[in-house]
Design a protein around this ligand. Sequence first.
Ligand code: IMP
Ligand code: MG
Length: 181
Amino acid sequence: MNLMNCDISAVLFDEFKIQTRIREIGLEISTEYKEKTPVLIGILKGGFIFMADLVRSISIPIEMDFLAISSYGAGTSSSGVVKIRKDIDIDINGRDVIVVEDIVDSGLSLQYIKDYLWQHKPNSLRTCVLLDKPAAHKIDVVFDYVGFEVKNEFVVGYGLDFAEKYRNLPYIGILKEELYL
Ligand code: IMP
Ligand code: MG
């Protein structure tokens, strides 16, 4: 019995569903980037488990790096203020880059990351997000690969946190509202 289960009101995507979808995305990336060696950039911390599973479902040579940006702190809504906490190490000038992010909520973080990475002059820049909350978008953000859509609810698990907890839940679930309202 997982001791965190009692904080979750509903399981949205179990381990099997997540792995099945990731294998599909991995296959798409492996096919579309066949002649290239893309650089996958995982966004910390939320994207670390997705990144770990996604790279193992890709069957072509890739390189990987990580970019850490500031999070919401202990809140559950976007501040819109994004800060780089750890920069990338690989020179992405002329490279084909794929950003790997946990979730798009307002879209502000991903837009900031894309603008930031374009300054490094990659040959191409695409984005792969595990979860999308279309009803929460505040800007017209575009991304290329998406795992699942979710409603405008606060979700945790599989890398996603609330106040740094629940990242180690093996599934994605809705956090009980009484825990943060
Ligand atoms: P955005 O800038 O509003 O799109 O927020 C994106 C970031 O906020 C994500 O990378 C997550 O780290 C975090 N976030 C947004 N929604 C959730 C959620 O439902 N659960 C956990 N983290 C979230
Ligand atoms: Mg994040």
